[in-house]
Design a protein around this ligand. Structure first.
Ligand SMILES: Cc1cc2nc3c(=O)[nH]c(=O)nc-3n(C[C@H](O)[C@H](O)[C@H](O)COP(=O)(O)OP(=O)(O)OC[C@H]3O[C@@H](n4cnc5c(N)ncnc54)[C@H](O)[C@@H]3O)c2cc1C
Length: 296
């Protein structure tokens, strides 16, 4: 492909992959190949890569909220893994590639509270901003001060404040903007280390008890509805355990579609459509997916 050699010079050969199976980079463990796959670990390298003006770029974090179709992705996938951070009192500046879970250690060491909800969400800080990820009554919207990103259309680096993120339920301005999030600043509170630890453990146990964490998925497949809990409607439609190909509605949590046995993306998409149709027939509600379906 165009610019392969330059990319290998900037990133090192081991960080430029061709025909890369996306099933290796998504928590669903499905998806065809990406034409080209880049692992980029710094803003400087990212800037050099973007200067090459590659066409059809798609950014991923940890791939825990995406479903890649079976024919894969025509173009270049960038996995941005920069994960430096700085803690000043209760303010944390963190690069977008930082996995939420890894941030728990320094945050706990500094007795900082307010991000406990996020440590069990298996993505990165970048993915959490895009999705306004949340759990246990809190969302990223509650803790973000600002985010710096490169707009892929204008190539400009911009910084926006909390309101400018246009955070909504599992959405933000980045849901429609073609951008790479570089870093974000979070404002938390000083707290009591033992209490923070207890809360993290309590949330971890709640997840283990209620979610099918032993099978590949992308978390809740569907968004919560206005005034109803989507998983409950799916359960009441008798769909727990319903299977199409290798895809299944989890018996443990009806809101999760899981890759039970070598599912194809097509199985999962067909099951999503089936669940939507059944819920509509029974309750008259149009449920909507939370996961992002990409590729061809
Ligand atoms: C077992 C399980 C439990 C889950 N529980 C929760 C939960 O409790 N709450 C919740 O909200 N979600 C949950 N999720 C879903 C998922 O983990 C979150 O949406 C997470 O924030 C996605 O982060 P990611 O890094 O994996 O992003 P990806 O899946 O890689 O990407 C998601 C979106 O963000 C974009 N993106 C990622 N990084 C960047 C970047 N640096 N710049 C620009 N765009 C970027 C991608 O283009 C894509 O549009 C769960 C998933 C699983 C598998």
């Amino acid at each position: 492909m165009k610019h392969d050699k330059e990319l290998e010079d900037i990133l090192g050969k081991e960080n430029v992959k061709y025909n890369e199976p996306m099933k290796m980079h998504t928590s669903f463990k499905v998806g065809g190949n990406a034409d080209r796959f880049l692992i980029i670990d710094s803003k400087e390298k990212l800037t050099k890569v973007l200067n090459l003006d590659l066409k059809n770029i798609y950014i991923i974090g940890n791939g825990t909220n995406i479903l890649v179709r079976d024919k894969g992705i025509r173009g270049t996938v960038i996995k941005y893994v920069a994960k430096n951070y700085e803690i000043n009192d209760n303010i944390i500046k963190v690069e977008a590639g930082m996995p939420n879970a890894l941030l728990s250690k320094p945050i706990l060491e500094n007795s900082i509270e307010g991000l406990e909800f996020a440590f069990g969400i298996p993505g990165t800080i970048g993915g959490a901003i895009v999705m306004n990820a949340g759990a246990f009554g809190r969302e990223m919207k509650d803790v973000v001060v600002s985010t710096t990103y490169i707009d892929l259309d204008t190539k400009k680096t911009e910084t926006i404040n909390n309101l400018e993120h246009e955070f909504r339920y599992r959405e933000s301005i980045f849901s429609k903007k073609h951008a790479v999030i570089l870093e974000t600043m979070l404002k938390l509170e000083k707290g009591n280390r033992e209490e923070i630890k207890k809360k993290i453990e309590e949330y971890r146990e709640k997840r283990i008890n209620t979610q099918p964490l032993d099978v590949p998925s992308a978390g809740s497949t569907f968004k919560r509805g206005e005034g109803y809990i989507t998983a409950k409607l799916i359960d009441k439609s008798g769909l727990k355990g319903f299977t199409i190909g290798g895809a299944k509605v989890s018996e443990k949590h009806a809101g999760f579609i899981v890759n039970a046995k070598n599912a194809k993306a097509e199985d999962i998409i067909n099951l999503i459509e089936y669940v939507k149709q059944k819920v509509y027939e029974k309750f008259g509600k149009h449920i909507e997916e939370e996961i992002k379906i990409i590729g061809e």
